[in-house]
Design a protein. Structure first.
Length: 428
């Protein structure tokens, strides 16, 4: 297993380009089995989660191939109705989208309960409630979720919690159901809207995404399509935070500024100067960082997937900040690693209290999940000395070419293999 080795202190300067959105790709790739036609999906991020979901489809005899660096072609004409391999499914949370996609295609699905990042309990009761409301029966047997319907029939589904996954899964299963499906209290994330745009380009009739109420008029037939995925909001936010942490000056290209409003507003409160250009954003910071409070919320609130990264900035800000993680039960596992770098953070349940310190110091740390890993990279970029990050496979799940992109804006970061030995301390 490789590690990242970072020597902190360099200000990030220059331009970095953002790839396609991970969470949109992970919904859109399974959605392509709802047709027998060929789907060409552009702006696919080069990350391991995408390879995994593509391999799961290939395991079901779907013809999946990269036609160029960022374009995936999917031909599901010869798909086999089978339970996808546990060895693949357990590695990726979004494999549960196969439940909705297979149900939408065959009125039947059997998929192992998913794996993915560990933020505490991650129930799928709202997904199952949605399937049941559409007329499907489900049972969980030997770790496999089995869902089956004679016919899916549109209805109104009220989500008890705002869930991205349940909203997407219900959209996938309802798009070819008979009649009208209404999802109330739906998630409004940009990738929910992107999935609807993809489905509509196949001939679906999905309206209202980006609001609380989504209306889906079922259609009998979906055709193949060509579609380009939106840029990744969280990848962009991570580079924005890295620019602020290093007091740098970078232009982040290929973004949709509207998707970054919550992140931008908090970074400005902390001390960043942010200039919106047409499809890019310039982030500079010359000021001392200032404390602020953060509460993570479903979109358009501050995204939970940026909580660890912004907590690094708060660790270096003047004063005390309160971070309220309102989406996940247990998303502070990275704090222990940041403490080892000198951060002063205490955690009580879903709240953390961050006392700003003057500096962080490099040491050996491990990524506990994807965004925790991103936070440790940002911490390493600002720290004195050398930071070695283990378990970087978590980071590769969601950030394409992160080492190359960071080097491109002046970071001192390299990937080394397991045998790497940190240099011995210099003699005094
Ligand atoms: C997605 C994202 C993840 C992000 C999260 C919140 C993907 C692949 N992952 O995860 O990166 O952190 O949205 O923005 O897109 N819940 C229930 N019952 C359910 C479903 C969810 O109680 O049936 C709860 C969860 O425990 C959590 C909250 O709802 O507290 C939000 O979860 P959800 O939006 O479903 O997250 P994911 O779709 O799994």
């Amino acid at each position: 297993m490789s590690k990242y080795v970072i020597v902190g202190g360099n200000k990030l300067q220059g331009k970095v380009s953002i790839g396609g959105a991970k969470n949109a790709a992970l919904a859109i790739i399974p959605a392509s089995i709802l047709t027998d036609g060929v789907c060409t999906i552009k702006n696919i991020p080069n990350i391991s989660d995408v390879s995994l979901i593509a391999n799961i489809l290939a395991d079901m005899n779907v013809n999946v191939r990269m036609v160029n660096k960022n374009t995936l072609e999917i031909n599901p004409k010869n798909i086999i109705r089978k339970t996808p391999s546990y060895d693949l499914v357990r590695r990726i949370r979004a494999s549960y989208y196969l439940l909705g996609a297979l149900l939408g295609r065959f009125c039947s699905a059997s998929v192992y309960l998913p794996g993915g990042c560990n933020f505490g309990v991650r129930p799928i009761d709202q997904h199952l409630k949605g399937f049941a409301r559409l007329g499907a029966n489900y049972k969980i047997d030997g770790g496999i979720v089995n869902v089956e319907a004679k016919q899916l029939i549109g209805t109104t589904i009220y989500l008890d919690v705002v869930s991205v996954g349940a909203t997407i899964n219900i959209m996938l299963s309802a798009v070819k159901a008979e009649g009208l499906t209404v999802i109330e209290n739906a998630a409004k994330e940009p990738h929910v809207v992107d999935l609807a745009n993809f489905l509509n380009s196949m001939g679906a009739d999905v309206r209202g995404t980006g609001t609380d109420v989504i209306k889906i008029h079922g259609v009998k037939f979906l055709k193949g399509t060509s579609y380009s995925i939106i840029p990744d909001q969280i990848e962009a936010g991570t580079y924005m935070a890295a620019a602020v942490a290093t007091k740098g000056d970078i232009i982040i290209k290929n973004i949709i500024p509207k998707h970054l409003e919550a992140i931008k507003s908090k970074l400005e409160e902390i001390g960043a100067k942010i200039e919106e250009l047409e499809e890019s954003i310039r982030v500079t910071c010359n000021n001392e960082l200032t404390r602020c409070n953060i509460k993570t919320m479903p979109h358009p609130g501050f995204p939970t997937d940026m909580q660890p990264q912004i907590s690094v900035l708060l660790s270096l800000a003047k004063g005390t900040s309160i971070v309220n993680e309102s989406v996940w039960d247990n998303r502070f596992r990275y704090v222990e690693e940041l403490r080892r770098m000198g951060a002063n953070i205490s955690v009580d349940g879903k709240i953390s209290v961050v006392e700003g310190v003057d500096r962080l110091t490099g040491t050996l740390v491990k990524a506990t999940d994807l965004r925790a890993g991103a936070a440790l990279i940002i911490a390493g970029l600002t720290s004195s000395g050398e930071t070695i990050i283990e378990n970087i496979d978590h980071i590769d799940r969601g950030y394409e070419n992160i080492c190359k992109k960071l080097k491109g804006v002046g970071a001192n970061i390299k990937e080394v293999s397991e045998k790497y030995q940190p240099p011995l301390p210099k003699a005094l």
